[in-house]
Ligand binder design. Structure first.
Ligand SMILES: [Zn+2]
Length: 404
């Protein structure tokens, strides 16, 4: 790479304004077909505000030399052992010069995933989201790799990542956007609604956490061009099919889609938190599909008006599904960019309402019905208003919320 002299306009701005800082991120782990190459993303902070580490005002990467023992209460960061040399920005202040597999790439990758999800959530709420552990710990410590620890966890001031020990697919969680985004989801939600003193909160506090962490991971995925293009071209723009037909969902390459493609109602699941999170997560996913499908119909991009069905998942006529499946790829291609724009809009309508619903939640009596109500209020007060009745149906159908 040609060195470029650093200058105040290095970020691409002309008057000191910045376009952000470039990093390269894998939208899915690189072993997933179609995602072998990382994508360039722009983080919100200008070059120079992200220093060696990478590090910024809110977070820093600490990559230990010796295998670190995962944090366990009451241990707190900062990590006191020896650290590897930090990843340095290039001469232009950007980090996208780092090649996968070289020193510093993993550090930059993990940092970029965390910062990206925080950027997205702060964009939805329109202000900074504090860490729940401030001011005891003022910055998030990110440990990009703990060898021989098959886990990822976030806690009081830290987010740390192990590596998957599946012999056929040995890989760092640090290269897994999904796993990182899930952990950031927990941190962001705690920052907005707080941590109950007993650590448990209302009856569905923990299950709601899991549903939201997974859904934020999906929203994060849908911010990658690679993911939008691949998902839409594979389904010819019809995510309903991805949702509707198990044979699509089971083979979906993106874990985030597989997680949400379920038809579970609240009465179908156990009290185990991950199990219990699935109907609510499914209802959020259905809301996204409903809004996308309604936008497509209104714009003449689809024949299927989801408002004709109170339960899109069950009632859609087989002939419509077949017709959509028969749509050939060449015909879809002429609609691709319009369909993609509608998906980005649906993503932001649902994402914004979800994040904006949090200040209405009390962690001490959080259950799925009150969480659904808060979400519906946020939908109704935001850009999602025209779709509120459909979204209410999604939650009613799941047995979460009694339709009015
Ligand atoms: Zn979790």
């Amino acid at each position: 790479m040609e060195p470029v002299p650093a200058s105040p306009a290095a970020g691409g701005g002309t008057d000191g304004a910045s376009l952000g800082t470039r990093f390269r991120v894998f939208p899915q782990p690189p072993y997933v077909p179609g995602y072998e190459k990382p994508e360039v993303v722009w983080l919100s902070l200008p070059p120079g505000r992200i220093t060696a580490g990478p590090a910024d005002r809110r977070m820093y990467v600490a990559n230990p030399v010796e295998p670190k023992v995962p944090y366990f209460f009451p241990e707190l960061p900062p990590y006191a052992g020896r650290l590897r040399p930090p990843a340095e920005p290039g001469p232009d202040g950007h980090f996208d010069y780092l090649e996968p597999g070289t020193d510093g790439f993993l550090d930059a990758h993990v940092y970029a995933c965390v910062r990206r999800v925080l950027d997205i959530c702060e964009g939805y709420v329109g202000r900074e989201i504090p860490w729940y552990f401030e001011p005891t710990v003022d910055r998030l410590e990110i440990v990009p790799r703990i060898p021989e620890w098959d886990n990822a966890q976030s806690g009081f001031g830290y987010l740390e990542l192990g590596e998957s020990d599946r012999a056929d697919r040995r890989s760092c969680y640090g290269l897994n956007f999904d796993a990182i985004a899930h952990e950031v989801g927990h941190l962001v939600l705690l920052g907005e609604i707080g941590l109950p003193e007993d650590g448990e909160g209302g009856p569905d506090f923990l299950a709601y956490h899991e549903a939201v962490a997974d859904f934020l991971s999906l929203l994060g995925l849908l911010h990658f061009d690679t993911a939008l293009d691949r998902l839409l071209r594979r389904t010819r723009g019809n995510l309903l099919l991805e949702n509707e037909l198990d044979r699509f969902a089971e083979t979906s390459n993106e874990r985030q889609i597989r997680t949400f493609s379920n038809s579970l109602r609240l009465g179908d699941v156990s009290r185990e938190v991950h199990d219990r999170s699935r109907p609510f997560g499914g209802a959020l996913f259905d809301s996204l599909i409903e809004v996308h499908q309604a936008l497509l119909y209104d714009r003449g991009l689809s024949d299927i008006d989801p408002r004709r069905f109170s339960d899109l998942r069950r009632q859609m006529e087989p002939s419509l599904i077949e017709r959509a499946l028969a749509d050939d790829a060449a015909a879809y291609e002429f609609r691709h960019f319009a369909v993609k724009a509608a998906l980005a809009e649906a993503r932001d309508i649902v994402g914004e309402a979800l994040v904006r619903s949090w200040p209405r939640l009390d962690p001490y009596d959080l259950d799925f019905a009150t969480a659904a109500e808060a979400f519906l209020v946020a939908v109704d007060r935001g850009r999602g208003r025209p779709f509120a009745p459909q979204i209410e149906d999604c939650f009613g159908w799941r047995g979460i919320f009694e339709p009015t």
